[in-house]
Design a protein around this ligand. Structure first.
Ligand code: ATP
Length: 234
């Protein structure tokens, strides 16, 4: 479904991604783990078209993402939940969800999707007219995921969904990510919480200093001694 081929990204003189090769197959949860500053967010921004690589290719279902304008990438079927969630603080939950559906005009299907999202996140239904900026961190994360799903993505990109959240909420969010995947959405998940991410993922990549250092089955990486000592606090 998604393939990055020898992708190089720079911020001015900083060479942030150094020849990244990565694949996500339809139906998978793939996680990209790595330390602060390794290049995880840069990889996601490159896939969603907000950053353009200096060289290399990002291919999504046969389309060259780098030749697609950033605002049209959603139309290809890629939704990005950025780090820090970035909901529209002065809009209500309902208005945020409406914004997520901006590429669509199938009204009755949109209505069905609101219902699905409220079923997935009952907390959002209870607060649907509340301003998003007044929600807790966990509720904002739920809203950011819900808003991304309103575009009916084929591939959902999640940047650190566990960041700053209490352990119980993190557990809920991860369980919902699994459900979203089981109902047919492919997921690429970036996480500092490597242990939780590897537990729900099918495959994983380890990124270090802009390079992919390891890749494999998530269960194998979870049991790998070097991954354990570097990323799992063992
Ligand atoms: P974190 O978890 O801390 O966000 P990360 O793995 O997502 O880390 P990136 O944010 O992708 O890492 O950063 C990769 C490298 O690019 C780092 O060296 C970072 O300092 C640099 N970088 C990121 N954003 C910018 C920017 N806007 N301008 C200049 N350098 C940047």
């Amino acid at each position: 479904m998604l393939e990055l081929v020898d992708v190089n990204v720079y911020y001015g003189a900083i060479h942030a991604l150094k020849g990244i090769n990565l694949k996500v197959n339809e139906g998978e949860i793939v996680t990209l783990i790595g330390a602060n500053g390794a290049g995880k967010s840069t990889t996601l921004k490159t896939i969603s078209g907000t950053l353009k690589p200096k060289s290399g290719k990002v291919l999504f279902k046969g389309n060259d993402v780098n030749k697609t304008k950033a605002h049209q990438v959603v139309g290809l079927g890629i939704s990005h939940v950025p780090e820090g969630r970035r909901v529209f603080a002065s809009m209500s939950i309902m208005e945020n969800l409406e914004m997520g559906a901006y590429t669509r005009n199938d009204k009755s299907e949109i209505k069905k999707d609101y219902d699905k999202i409220f079923e997935m996140f009952p907390r959002l239904l209870e607060r649907k007219n509340q301003m998003a900026g007044t929600l807790s961190g966990g509720e904002q994360q739920m809203l950011a995921i819900g808003r991304a799903l309103m575009a009916r993505p084929k591939l959902l990109l999640l940047d650190e969904p566990s960041m700053g959240l209490a352990p119980l909420i993190v557990k809920q969010i991860f369980s919902i990510i699994k459900d979203i995947n089981e109902s047919g959405t492919t997921v690429l998940l970036i996480e500092q919480n490597a242990s939780m991410a590897l537990k729900i993922a099918h495959r994983a990549y380890v990124i270090q200093n802009g390079c992919i250092e390891m890749e494999g089955n998530a269960q194998e990486l979870l049991n790998d001694d070097s991954v354990k000592s570097a990323y799992l606090g063992a």
